[in-house]
Design a protein around this ligand. Structure first.
Ligand code: ZN
Length: 182
């Protein structure tokens, strides 16, 4: 049967593998952020599959609590060596798994930053992030830019989101075309 509506219907849920690296436990529990991200991506046919959660070793942990992220500009090269080397930690993530690093803080202070080296999908989330920051940064890694809609997932400040954040139809199409889905 044809849907005939012009809506992009994935034939089966697509999966996004997530591997979590805890440097500093966040204020919002990781499980809650994952549940919020599932609330956003599940209904459009993207299953988030957290494969593993790792705590960094006691020698690595102090090195990465605080990261200089510069302008955190998507698509441009990472400016700080420490930010770059954090993204080389991706054991268990495979080639397509999205590596999520929970750290203490950044300079300048941001809730999250999804700038990552080519071919190593990942994002960092800081300790004071909101419950929607993880979903927002996943949105960036899957190809989305900021939205001027205050209630959008991709609103510049996720603190402005009340209720379930929205995704536009073109945003959903972009997400479903992401090369990081399996
Ligand atoms: Zn953003």
């Amino acid at each position: 049967m044809s849907m005939g509506t012009g809506v992009l219907q994935p034939s089966a849920p697509r999966e996004l593998g997530l591997v979590i690296y805890v440097i500093t436990p966040p204020r919002v529990p990781i499980k809650d952020s994952l549940d919020r991200a599932r609330d956003v991506f599940g209904p459009i046919g993207i299953d988030l599959v957290p494969t593993r959660t790792y705590e960094l070793s006691s020698t690595q942990q102090p090195l990465y609590q605080h990261i200089d992220v510069g302008g955190c500009t998507m698509g441009s090269p990472i400016s700080s060596r420490k930010h770059h080397s954090l993204h080389s930690i991706r054991y268990g993530a495979g080639r397509k798994g999205l590596a999520v690093y929970f750290i203490q803080s950044t300079t300048p202070p941001v809730n999250g930053c999804s700038q990552h080296p080519p071919n190593t999908p990942g994002a960092l989330i800081t300790a004071n992030a909101t419950m929607w920051t993880l979903a927002h940064e996943i949105g960036h890694v899957l190809g989305l830019f900021h939205s001027s809609n205050k209630n959008a997932l991709m609103s510049r400040a996720t603190t402005s989101i009340s209720g379930k954040p929205s995704l536009s139809f073109p945003e959903v199409q972009t997400l479903l075309r992401s090369p990081w889905l399996t």
